[in-house]
Design a protein around this ligand. Structure first.
Ligand code: ZN
Ligand code: ZN
Ligand code: ZN
Ligand code: ZN
Ligand code: ZN
Length: 438
């Protein structure tokens, strides 16, 4: 396992280089030379250590470069309004991405989105000209000749972890092939005793509970295990598993991040701890799901023997559309991971969630987002509706994620909110029954 302190050595160019982007390293060899890099002269948004590496990437870069140049030429249309707050800047970036995707008639790859979100600019004034300083530790903060980096603090330690994990997609892609871990995860979790993420990671990897000594791989595993564990232990903690003759457990997930499609394999371990339920169906619903499809995830030998199944369904439609469609299937629980209800979910969706009459589990990275969700639900359904659980999630991810266009990070699923349903008032569970995590 890769120890966390290791500075990644320069790599020979590989086919993997498009798996990460950072404007302070050569895009091709990932050499760290922020003061020596040459940029693409046309768009100015991607950097290389030498002409040769620029040429190596030219064919792949051409398409987005053309769209970026077109965008810059039309910048007036985009910049006529005042953009000062983080939210306004972020909205503008989403507009840019929309424009570029329309120009290219395709979705942006993850590294191309990072080019837009993490454009090299001064962290104080956001200019992208006369950049003179780069933080040598996290490679994620730059400043211009009018501003000194030290006057504008950034979350250097966590941004450094973000940067290293981003680079690990290039240097150690095998860490992200979760299916390799599957049999091990499932068998350990069947017998392990843990009630928080730290103690689980200790038992899975025989490491100590001192999180700063964890390897980057440990941190990445908390990120992919966080969703299924939050769901299972949240349900159990809120006493929402009912005895049922039906052997099937269906989860609706309102999707805003399609990353979940890639890590669904890790949900297999739930079959080992769901007790009576033999079939787990994960139903992902959202407009940004690329295409509707259904299928089954490979399960371990034991699950095959006991006829346990993990099925998935993806529906490219809104939640309201889904519940009115022919594909609709009643849920045991509805989940919104890292939910921003204020911005993304309409009052109509909340009314539909009420009609569903299932438990609702919401997680957020930031406290203000958790508060906004609770308030939005009260605005639509009345102020007496309060969650039964509203706390710091003991199965939150320990992987920092960079906030787009900000100097700070968040941890996915940090805050946990559970309603037994949206139909009527919920009695809060006494926190003394189950002390919150540290
Ligand atoms: Zn290079
Ligand atoms: Zn270019
Ligand atoms: Zn500046
Ligand atoms: Zn830094
Ligand atoms: Zn299994």
């Amino acid at each position: 396992m890769l120890p966390r302190q290791v500075i990644l050595p320069p790599l020979p160019p590989t086919a993997n280089f498009n798996k990460s982007f950072n404007p302070n390293v050569c895009h091709v060899c990932k050499n760290v030379l922020p003061w020596k890099l040459i940029s693409c002269q046309l768009c100015g948004m991607i950097f290389y250590c030498k002409e040769e590496h620029k040429q190596l990437h030219a064919n792949e870069h051409n398409e987005i470069c053309g769209a970026l140049v077109k965008l810059k030429n039309q910048m007036d249309t985009f910049c006529r309004r005042d953009v000062t707050t983080t939210k306004e800047r972020l909205d503008l970036k989403y507009e840019h991405i929309k424009f570029i995707q329309q120009e290219m008639h395709r979705r942006l790859q993850p590294y191309e989105k990072q080019m837009i979100f993490y454009e090299k600019s001064c962290l104080a004034c956001r200019t992208n000209i006369n950049l003179t300083d780069t933080c040598p530790s996290c490679l994620s903060a730059n400043s211009c000749s009018d501003h000194a980096l030290k006057d504008f603090p950034h979350d250097c330690e966590n941004l450094k972890i973000c940067m290293q994990i981003n680079m690990m997609h290039v240097s150690h892609p095998e860490i992200f092939e979760y299916q390799r871990m599957l049999p091990r995860f499932s068998h350990i979790m069947e017998s392990a005793t843990f009630d928080n993420m730290v103690s689980l990671i200790q038992q899975l990897f025989y490491c100590d509970g001192n999180t700063p000594s964890w390897s980057l791989a440990h941190i990445c595993y908390t990120d992919i295990l966080s969703k299924p564990l939050t769901l299972f232990y949240g349900m159990r903690r809120a006493n929402l598993f009912y005895n049922s003759h039906i052997k099937l457990f269906a989860v609706h997930i309102i999707v805003n991040d399609i990353e979940i499609l890639r890590s669904l394999q890790t949900w297999e371990f739930l079959l080992h701890i769901l007790g009576e339920y033999k079939i787990l169906i994960v139903i992902m619903i959202g407009r940004n799901i690329p295409a509707s499809q259904t299928g089954a995830v490979e399960v371990c030998e034991d699950c095959n023997k006991y006829l346990r199944e993990l099925q998935y369904e993806c529906w490219h439609m809104s939640y309201v559309e889904y519940t009115n469609s022919a594909f609709y299937r009643k849920s045991n629980v509805v989940v919104a991971f890292d939910a921003k209800f204020m911005q993304e979910i309409s009052g109509r969706t909340i009314l539909t969630l009420m009609d569903e009459k299932s438990p609702l589990l919401i997680t957020t990275g930031e406290l203000f987002e958790a508060e906004q969700n609770v308030r939005k639900i009260q605005q639509v359904l009345g102020s007496s509706l309060t969650p039964i659980i509203y706390e710091r999630n003991r199965f939150a991810s320990y992987q920092p994620h960079r906030n787009h266009d900000s100097r700070f990070v968040y941890f996915p699923n940090y805050h946990l909110i559970i309603y037994s349903s949206l139909v009527s008032a919920n009695d809060p569970i006494q926190t003394s029954d189950f002390p919150p995590a540290e």
